[in-house]
Design a binder for this molecule. Structure first.
Ligand code: MRU
Length: 376
């Protein structure tokens, strides 16, 4: 099954808090519960929460007993605000909710029932498009991987962080499917342990060799020459190429530069926010101190010990070798190449997205031809 999907009038998702021990499915009929599932990280990962929010909007449209179009649109605005604010950093929430509001506001739809049907169609399309996008990024990204490579990966960017397949982990899975022999180092990713719990679970299932390492061991392996490539995801990428991603990404990027290791972010266009000039303007989510004091109910630290717990950090563009997107691989100068990427995506949105097949890219984007080191 998919990480998040529409199932018999409800939003069904895998409860990621229970992994890797149990596979628990949860279903919601109420959009406020979907918003809560996002803040509590039952569902997590930028593209997955975007899809969850889109289906949440469908629930909202069905929940409200609107007598006319205007009433429904007002209610949807409110529902959208709640969903967007469930987690502040990943722009996919805003992206998906805006698409749903646009679909609802289509003036050709008069009856409330027609708006509801159209919203369900668009939410399913967002989910299908995510899978297709990931497959495409997988093909572009895997071209960078040689057999024998040792790849370091942070957090979880796999099927669980998306509707299916994954972004950075999707690239790794694609290279493995192509028969390349790769080894993966997974940072455990404190404090929520997405690397140790979720990425390891996915790579186990895919039969890809890996080791879990503590976050603080990454520099050690880089210095020993045991890392050939680093792949990470993104929760929001600013117009200048700064990447907000799971806390610890910035340190990995700086260490990568010090050790001469290529560092790529795998970023669907839904995660690029051209309205944000640079990473300093990206809101960074501060999560509860309990995640550090009492991880998974285990009391490590007394309640009165002060804690800071930012969930994300910003990696400046100058540390990023390239940004792998479904349109091709963008290289610096990102303020030139990222708008090209987003433009391409807007044009291709008109295409039909029903069967998420792993299709070969017809041709590599022009973006590939830009010198990767120009502007560094
Ligand atoms: O706090 P999380 O687990 O939602 O953070 C997830 C990440 O940081 C991922 O790297 C990011 O969402 C991109 S995944 C496709």
């Amino acid at each position: 099954m998919r990480t998040v999907e529409w199932h018999e009038g409800k939003v069904r998702m895998i409860d990621q808090r229970a992994l890797p021990w149990d596979i628990v499915l949860v279903e919601f009929r109420d959009y406020t519960e979907v918003a809560q599932s996002i803040s509590e990280m039952i569902v997590r990962g930028a593209p997955a929460i975007g899809a969850a929010a889109a289906f949440g909007m469908v629930l909202a449209a069905r929940q409200f007993d609107a007598t006319n179009r205007q009433e429904l649109l007002r209610y949807l605005e409110e529902a959208g605000n709640l969903l967007v604010n469930a987690r502040p950093t990943a722009v996919n929430l805003k992206w998906a909710v805006n698409r749903m509001l646009q679909a609802a506001a289509n003036e050709a739809l008069f009856r409330v029932e027609d708006i509801r049907n159209e919203m369900l169609r668009v939410a399913k399309r967002i989910a299908n498009q995510d899978v297709k996008t990931n497959r495409q990024m997988g093909v572009y990204g895997a071209a960078l991987i040689r057999s024998g490579d040792r790849i370091l990966h942070h957090c979880n960017t796999g099927a669980l962080a998306t509707v299916d397949w994954g972004t950075a982990l999707g690239v790794i899975k694609t290279a493995h499917q192509q028969g390349k022999h790769i080894q993966v180092l997974l940072t455990e990713t404190r404090p929520r342990m997405q690397g140790a719990r979720l990425s390891a679970w996915e790579l186990n299932g895919a039969g890809i060799p890996y080791h879990i390492i503590t976050d603080s061991a990454a520099g050690h392996f880089m210095r020993k020459g045991e890392v050939d490539l680093i792949l990470v995801g993104s929760d929001r990428t600013a117009a200048n190429g700064d990447v907000a991603n799971k806390i610890g990404t910035y340190s990995l990027a700086v260490l990568a530069r010090e050790n001469g290791i290529p560092f790529y972010a795998v970023v669907p266009t839904s995660t690029i926010d051209l309205s944000v000039e640079d990473g300093s303007k990206i809101p960074i989510e501060e999560r509860t101190p309990d995640e550090i004091r009492n991880p998974y109910g285990m009391r490590l630290v007394p309640e009165h010990f002060p804690v800071k717990n930012p969930a994300f950090d910003v990696t400046p563009y100058r540390y990023i070798t390239g940004i792998i997107t479904e349109q091709g691989i963008a290289y610096p100068p990102y303020d030139v190449t990222l708008p090209m990427v987003v433009e391409g995506s807007l044009n291709s949105e008109l295409g039909d997205v029903t069967e998420p097949e792993p299709d070969e890219p017809e041709q590599l984007s022009l973006l590939d031809e830009i010198d990767p080191f120009d502007g560094l």
